[in-house]
Design a protein around this ligand. Structure first.
Ligand code: PLP
Length: 386
């Protein structure tokens, strides 16, 4: 299989797995204990906290380990909702369902700020939405299109209005450099499995001095901010993945990821007719390519690509299997028919240029086959081959 679905999840790096193994096999002590084995687990967690903090310019005490990105988002929004008094919650129209579903539960007003055709937040509309608001949650980069949001400007405008900001940075962390102090956010969510760490472990950055209301109460782990016995192996894996990501986030590391994506895109755009790339090309994650294919249904393309040994997605992983076009594409003004013909390719540093070419070859064949079956003037059809 050629894996081109890195926005859904990424494979664990071998060196990350190596670091995790002792904590799964031999070192099983509860890090809250007082004996030597417990102290070793505690020290391993502390080291991972430093590694994760270093990836984003935070202090180790500002990092709280969680069970996933979704939990981090829920913790952040729960705390704001509990502590921020009256006023609206301001989010974007293209947030991940972790933010959207959580915000639906608020009894307060939720303002969804629109994005432009390129998938970037409309800053003027955002500034207007801050009037009478209580807090802000804007994602750092979109999971479907990869479009990077103007987070620094968002934080500046919110700060000028005295409002705290959370950012769902699950897709951005590890893919682009990100410094919480430079940006000026109060809370930031991340997830290990998006940057070659294990699944089932995430983190929430909580700015030092910010009042915080925990969602999970119990044994008081993570300085009372997230109770529950720590997932030592997962946390060690997240720390190791963060250290690897920090090393790779050099200019040459980013341009390597970009060149794999760009080789793929250049080939498909020149060799296949009727493709529209989606998302602001000047502000995209280096690994993401989001394309619409005239006269092709994304479900049909996914099947043909899967048969050819290529893994990618239609929209976000969470939308797969649902017939509705993605809210992200609709928010960008993409017509429904085009939204249902879009695929997302997510490359990672584990992909090779040869793989980028192989994905382009497979895609070319799949599009040709689907268009041949379908014929011009006929609406999109789903092709189920034997
Ligand atoms: C932008 C964004 N936020 C949140 C999440 C949820 O993260 P997790 O899978 O760790 O719960 C995802 C996962 O796809 C995501 O892409």
């Amino acid at each position: 299989m050629i894996y081109a679905d890195a926005n859904a999840t990424t494979p664990i790096l071998p060196e990350v797995l190596d670091e995790m193994m002792p904590w799964l096999r031999d070192e099983y002590a509860n890090p809250s204990g007082s004996h030597s084995a417990a102290k070793r687990a505690r020290a391993a967690i502390d080291r991972a906290r430093e590694q994760v903090a270093a990836l984003m310019g935070a202090e180790p005490e500002e990092i709280v380990f969680t069970g996933c990105g979704t939990e981090s988002v829920n913790m952040a929004l729960h705390s704001f909702d509990a502590l921020c008094g009256h006023g609206a919650a301001v989010i974007s129209a293209i947030e991940h369902s972790a933010v959207l579903r959580c915000a639906e539960n608020f009894s307060r007003e939720v303002r969804r700020v629109p994005v432009g055709a390129g998938g970037r937040l409309e800053l003027q509309a955002f500034a207007t939405a801050l009037e009478g608001a209580a807090f802000v949650s804007i994602m750092a980069a979109n999971n479907e299109t990869g479009v990077i949001q103007p987070l620094r400007e968002v934080a500046e405008l919110a700060r000028a209005s005295g409002l705290p900001v959370h950012s769902d940075a699950v897709q951005a962390v590890g893919k682009i450099p990100l410094d919480v102090r430079e940006i000026g956010v109060d809370l930031l969510s991340l997830s290990a499995h998006k940057f070659h760490g294990p699944k089932g472990v995430g983190a929430l950055y909580i700015r030092s001095g910010l009042k915080f209301e925990p969602l999970l109460r119990g044994g008081g782990q993570e300085a009372g901010r997230r109770s529950g016995t720590e997932n030592t192996a997962g946390i060690v894996g997240m720390g190791a993945a963060a250290a690897c990501a920090a090393r790779c986030l050099t200019e040459s590391g980013i341009s390597q990821a970009t060149s794999i994506r760009d080789v793929f895109e250049k080939r498909v755009l020149t060799e296949i007719s009727g493709i529209v790339p989606n998302g602001d090309p000047a502000n995209r994650l280096p690994n993401t390519s989001h394309l619409s294919f005239e006269q092709c249904d994304s479900a049909g393309l996914l099947i043909l690509l899967d048969e050819a040994g290529v893994a990618c997605s239609a929209g976000s992983a969470c939308m797969t299997g649902k017939q509705k076009p993605s809210h992200v594409q609709l928010a960008m003004g993409i017509p429904e028919i085009r939204a249902k013909s879009s695929l997302r390719f997510g490359f990672s540093r584990l992909n090779t240029l040869e793989e980028a070419h192989a994905v382009a070859d497979a895609l070319k064949k799949a599009v040709e086959k689907l268009r041949h079956v379908q014929g011009p003037g006929v609406g999109p059809v789903v092709v189920y081959s034997a």
